[in-house]
Design a protein around this ligand. Structure first.
Ligand SMILES: *Cc1c(COP(=O)(O)O)cnc(C)c1O
Length: 231
């Protein structure tokens, strides 16, 4: 019963230690609990242990849980690939979208978000060695960021990446460093007010924090191994 609460404490311990090693304030790193493939009861258990931000990558699954667990202060992040026929549902039910890689999707989300608080967006970048091969190419990032930042009803917060898994700490840091440098350039050269680096998962959160992650997206280390074939 207490497993999820204990796992959350362990993950927070890892975050604190990684921040200490990197000489960063641990409060500058927020924990997104990736609850995809887990039932609402697991999310409730994490909520009861104090967790407030949850990540989902299937629209219907995420909305189902959000409806069951509507609670003040709970925050839902969409972290999967966004299909254009799902933008209205996503804009209506989520607070953040991490995987923006095309202007068309951002425009549709912006249009669907009218009348609500701005939807927080991150651009997904295809940093070298990216496992999924999704994300905008670094050379196209500046133009996309400028255009998305100017859209109404959305707030461009920063960048996200999913580098391929690696067990080697130095190799893990490389794509995270590249993403941080891209964010720094967007701030310096484009004058964009960006504050978010969404990077780091269960296996590489230390390397991500060392390179400046402000949101780590953690599933397995909190909820356990996903074995339903939909992760
Ligand atoms: C599943 C997923 C995660 C969590 O991965 P774990 O290795 O289980 O921590 C993070 N980000 C994205 C985009 C995911 O799809």
């Amino acid at each position: 019963m207490a497993t999820i609460a204990a796992n959350l404490q362990a993950v927070k311990g890892r975050i604190r230690e990684a921040a200490r090693v990197a000489d960063r304030d641990p409060r500058a790193v927020s924990l997104l609990a990736v609850s995809k493939a887990w039932p609402a009861s697991a999310v409730r258990e994490a909520w009861q242990a104090g967790q407030r931000a949850f990540g989902e990558n299937y629209v219907q699954e995420g909305i189902g849980k959000a409806r069951q667990l509507a609670a003040p202060g709970i925050e839902w992040h969409f972290i999967g690939p966004v299909q254009s026929n799902k933008t209205a549902l996503i804009a209506a039910n989520f607070d953040w979208v991490h995987g923006i890689e095309r202007l068309k999707i951002a425009e549709r989300l912006a249009a669907a978000r009218a009348g609500k608080p701005p939807l927080n967006l991150c651009l997904q970048v295809n940093v070298s060695g990216e496992a999924t091969k999704s994300g905008v190419a670094p050379g196209e990032l500046g133009a996309l960021a400028r255009t998305v930042a100017a859209l109404p009803n959305v707030r461009l917060r920063g960048l996200m990446a999913i580098p391929g898994p690696s067990r080697d700490y130095a190799a893990q840091r490389r794509p995270f460093r590249a993403l941080r440098e891209m964010l720094e350039r967007l701030v310096a050269d484009e004058g964009l007010a960006l504050d978010t680096l969404s990077m780091g998962m269960s296996g590489d959160l230390e390397a991500a924090i060392a390179e400046g992650a402000t949101i780590v997206r953690i599933g397995t280390a909190i909820f356990g191994e996903r074995n339903r074939g939909n992760s």
